[in-house]
Design a protein around this ligand. Structure first.
Ligand code: TEU
Ligand code: CA
Length: 532
């Protein structure tokens, strides 16, 4: 059984906001904190009670805020510290929580620590980063090319696992650990309720074994951040490459005082060979991958983070379901398949209106640093048209276009010029159109989240899978003390589905039906109470 603290987290319905692209309040084309403030009631109505903000700290924005130059300042593009204080207060007034994004693995090279560190080998910040006279290994940057770059000022190489301007911090240095603890405490004192921790597995390196991450001191560092009395109440979700049960337990078992949960990513690879290459795939493999982690989580009393989308991936909907004619059915089916399982739901902005991948004819419509690096590489190997196809499929910008609030010239996102091209489908897919439609994805999410809040079985209840592995559909029940609810998710083809028990009239479905038994359309789903 989950511990009390984790059971409480099951009630958090978390919405991930990409601040640059959510809502612009002052007309400069960049989303901001006041914009977010103006949409809190929209989120509250949806059933959201916690938001995770992607980084808003001071940053030159080479990687849109994941390159931080001051962890205690707000980037002027999104607002001021007063705006942040106001946002925290407004959230708490509404009984909503705030989860901040913490980036402990690297800072911007503009950060004062790096600026001082590069000056020489005997100042207090000299050992804040990894410096070396020669290139010590063949590590590659996630954004392509060598992970080591030469700095003219210091006359040495420094490690950057991501962009050239994102230098890796040296956690072996106790002063780095203390500095990061102070930053966590600064935000805890401000009242934040939790953290999403960027590439947490990378903060401990194993140079000798050639491993840029999952090093021998990882757990010690995580406990230094979150295993303290001051931080014990926080909700913490780590982003990590971990796909291994033992490793997951070493981070998330309640008694370890490390992380509340981890994002597991293997189900996000459904529908693609690699980030930029599509692969025919089905909802079946999504179901199987999700179920594997459901079982592991349940058996070991750890929390499963339920999500399909984030700011680093194009929408799963477009990769494994129908984002055309059956877009509403596909979006709602995915929601039922994922968010009625046991765990903490994370909904990425736009998912609640069934936003899809975008499509552009020019590379100049993209902004993301990874996208441009990849495009350059692709162009050396193929025609520009082929390269652009790959970019359209895999670019992170697919998830970063300004939120489409309505179908007007600037999508209701800004009164100025949006910092990034509007979504290529925003005239058809936007909040206003969705809410006006008979088939509203938003209203389905709203009903689903209210079901989670009102039916105890959907929180802590036991999961029983009724469909067989070979069935091209997914049927499961969630049962608590005296209730049992059944969920039917049909996949690509219409089919008859019969259940071994009588049910009440469905409380949720994405098509008209009066019973859980019988014919399901393609991507049809329904939920009903099982009669004892
Ligand atoms: O991403 C970490 C990362 O290694 C990958 O999961 C991700 O696939 C990457 O975006 C390459 O496509 C985190 C953040 O979520 C991402 O936005 C940042 O760019 C990155 O860390 C560096 O801070
Ligand atoms: Ca703005």
């Amino acid at each position: 059984m989950l511990c009390a603290k984790y059971r409480d987290f099951l009630r958090w319905n978390i919405y991930q906001i990409y601040p640059r692209s959510f809502m612009d309040a002052n007309g400069d084309g960049i989303g901001d904190l006041r914009g977010i403030l103006s949409r809190l009631d929209y989120l509250k109505d949806l059933g959201i009670n916690a938001i995770w903000l992607c980084p808003c700290y001071l940053s030159p924005n080479d990687d849109n805020g994941y390159d931080i130059s001051d962890y205690r300042e707000i980037m002027p593009e999104v607002g001021t510290m007063e705006d942040m204080d106001r946002l925290i207060a407004a959230l708490h007034e509404r009984d909503m929580k705030l989860i901040m994004d913490l980036v402990p693995n690297h800072t911007s090279t503009q950060h004062a620590w790096f600026q001082t560190s590069r000056q020489g080998r005997d100042n207090p910040y000299s050992d804040f980063y990894y410096w070396s006279d020669t290139v010590p290994n063949t590590w590659q940057s996630v954004f392509r090319g060598s992970a080591w770059a030469f700095d003219d000022v210091r006359g040495q190489y420094y490690l950057h696992s991501f962009a050239l301007t994102q230098a890796d911090l040296n956690w072996e240095n106790p002063a780095v650990v203390r500095a990061m603890q102070d930053i966590v405490d600064f935000w805890v004192d401000k009242g934040v309720d939790g953290f999403r921790i960027d590439v947490i597995d990378m903060i401990s390196k194993d140079m000798a074994a050639g491993k840029n991450g999952l090093g021998p001191r990882l757990h010690e560092y995580i406990r230094a951040l979150f295993g303290r009395e001051k931080t014990a109440h926080l909700f913490t979700v780590g982003e990590s490459g971990v796909q291994d049960l033992e490793e997951m337990l070493r981070h998330c078992a309640a008694e370890r005082n490390e992380l509340s949960t981890l994002f597991l990513f293997d189900h996000l690879d459904v529908g693609r060979k690699d980030k930029f290459t599509p692969k025919p795939d089905t909802l079946l493999s999504l179901r199987d991958r999700l179920l594997r982690w459901q079982r592991e989580s349940e058996a070991n009393d750890v929390l499963h983070a339920l999500f399909t989308d984030n700011h680093d991936n194009s929408p799963l909907l477009s990769r494994i379901a129908d984002d055309g004619e059956k877009r509403y059915e596909s979006a709602t089916l995915l929601a039922a398949m994922v968010y009625l399982l046991k765990g903490v739901p994370f909904i990425y902005q736009g998912q609640e209106i069934g936003m899809t991948a975008a499509h552009y004819d020019s590379i100049s419509d993209f902004d993301d640093i990874e996208t441009h690096n990849a495009y350059r590489e692709f162009c050396a190997e193929m025609t520009p048209e082929e390269a652009l196809e790959k970019i359209n499929f895999g670019s992170r910008d697919n998830a970063r276009h300004p939120m489409a609030w309505d179908g007007s010239a600037t999508a209701g996102f800004t009164s100025g010029t949006p910092w990034l091209a509007l979504h290529s489908r925003f005239r058809d897919i936007n909040v206003q159109a969705d809410l006006a439609s008979e088939k509203s994805v938003y209203r389905f999410y709203q009903a689903l989240l209210s079901l989670r809040a009102s039916a105890p079985a959907f929180l802590d209840g036991t999961l029983t899978v009724l469909s067989r592995p070979e069935d091209p559909f997914f049927v499961f029940t969630r049962s608590a003390e005296d209730t049992c609810d059944a969920v039917v998710c049909n996949f690509e083809e219409p089919r008859e589905i019969t259940l071994p028990f009588p049910c009440a009239c469905p409380v949720l479905s994405n098509h008209k039906r009066t019973t859980l038994h019988g014919l399901y359309p393609a991507y049809g789903c329904a939920v009903a109470r099982v009669h004892a």
